[in-house]
Write a new protein. Sequence first.
Length: 354
Amino acid sequence: MADKKLTVVISQAQGKNPAKRELEESLAAALLMESDLEVSLVPHLYDLSPDHTGTMFLQAIPGDMVVLSWLYPRASHWVLDRQGVRGHEGLVLLKEEINEEEQEDPEAEENKSTPFENPERQQTIPDRKIYNIDLRVSSNPDDYLKEIKRLAQDAQVQTFQLGNLIQETPKPAQLEKYLKPLDIINAQNNNTPNNNGSANNAADQLEPTKRRWYPVIDYGLCTNCMECIDFCLFGVYGVDQGGQVLVEEQDSCKKGCPACSRVCPENAIIFPGHKTPGIAGADGEVAGLKIDLSKLFGAPDALEMAARERDVELVAEGRDAVGLSVGVPKRLKVSQSTSDELDDLIDSLDSMEL
């Protein structure tokens, strides 16, 4: 019986940024020295395809795990969830500091909509925790090591038996290099006179990936309003057997277009690669600002921008632009009603003799 160990997965950055690779390598070297940790390396989470050996490796981990990636924790959690790597969100203390002015209003928190309940989906979530840590929080490997040691001490982890993992995996020969790839880094550091670029050499041995672009649904926020299905005209979204919306044809999504995220009233659609924090999966008021504007002002800039972004992609396909006439009628009716009420109120005030 193997000792109980906490599995730590380092997800590589896209590209070969030397500063990011140096942090990955330094962190890997430090983690390999910890006997109570099982350390592995995979390519960038967002770029993993369903049949990639890195995806299969993640799916085969049975217990608690720590995932370090260059993504916001919320984005990391739901990218993994989409790939069938599910669990409950573990509490991480090492995180980006949020300005007090940007923190969510407690009253707004109370007024949030109730997420859609899907019993069938709930049954697919195992009783384990996934701790997602953003590698952009600090450039100091010691900060991550300290937090991971805390998690290893506190977490109730299941036994991780390497032999069983290999036997149960459909492609053991390809997957084997993912089980302890960071040993390559360690060996090169010990045996190679010039170890410059050892992390890059180890990375080159991983199965390559290509850049991807697709939406990820945060089912902790999604109310199943179906506005994304109504708005998207490219067949990206569908409905599962439990009646819940899902990303059905992710490769039909138009690269660089986040329009459906702007339309979602609950900010439940994430594009992890987008430059805007709220769309990329950041927590806090920065993500909820557009929702409040939608409720206050009706057809806001967010909806108009989304329609323009969608029109660009429609025209690129040789189709007609549709503007705000398709996919957002329910919200526009509410918006128009609110606008009319405000106009009536202003007119009544003007007519009053004060």
